[in-house]
Design a protein around this ligand. Structure first.
Ligand code: S3P
Length: 175
């Protein structure tokens, strides 16, 4: 069993929320999704926050949520894909838990994000190019903060969750 919170970082479509929930169940820890906490707090959805407050407003709120999720009980936290942009957020992540980078290929990210329109940064004419740009910019930041990197391309969310569980709490899954 781990006594440190686990933060899942990675690009939009990497599977942070889906894998995070399964991982939390596996480790018998509470689960939190930073985007969901932010939406519950503001009573507004992310596209609306981007519209009204711009990305800068969203990032301010996101950092507040992360600070709060860094205190309190040990848990599994799925973070938003841009959480690593702020140096202070990166410091918080490193200091307060074990950080897992969930990686996926551009093809997979594109496929997994094409199903819904709730990601303002991908509402562009050419989402593939946008994903490539974001991955180029952020991959070094995900690597900088992470303790473990997991490739999610060739596994189901359940397999990925078990793989992470085995790395962070060997023996806990009984696999
Ligand atoms: C963002 C990722 C989203 C959400 C917001 C911005 C980003 O979260 O926080 O739309 O900058 O990559 P997911 O990674 O959970 O989709």
């Amino acid at each position: 069993m781990t006594n440190r919170s686990i933060f899942l970082v990675g690009p939009m479509g990497a599977g942070k929320s889906t894998i995070g929930k399964l991982l939390a169940a596996e480790l018998k820890l509470p689960f939190a999704d930073s985007d969901k906490v932010l939406e519950d707090r503001t009573g507004a959805d992310i596209p609306w926050i981007f519209d009204v407050e711009g990305e800068a407003g969203f990032r301010r709120r996101e950092s507040e949520v992360l600070r709060d999720l860094c205190t309190g009980p040990t848990r599994v936290v799925a973070t938003g894909g841009g959480i690593v942009l702020s140096p202070e957020n990166r410091r918080q992540l490193r200091k307060n838990g074990l950080v897992i980078y969930l990686q996926a290929s551009v093809d997979q990210l594109l496929e997994r994000t094409s199903k819904n329109a709730n990601r303002p940064l991908l509402q562009v004419a050419d989402p593939r190019s946008r994903i490539i740009e974001l991955v180029e910019e952020r991959d070094p930041l995900y690597r900088e903060v992470s303790d473990i990197v997991v490739d999610t391309d060739y596994c189901t969310p359940r397999q990925a969750a078990l793989m992470v569980a085995e790395r962070v709490a060997p023996g806990a899954t009984g696999q």
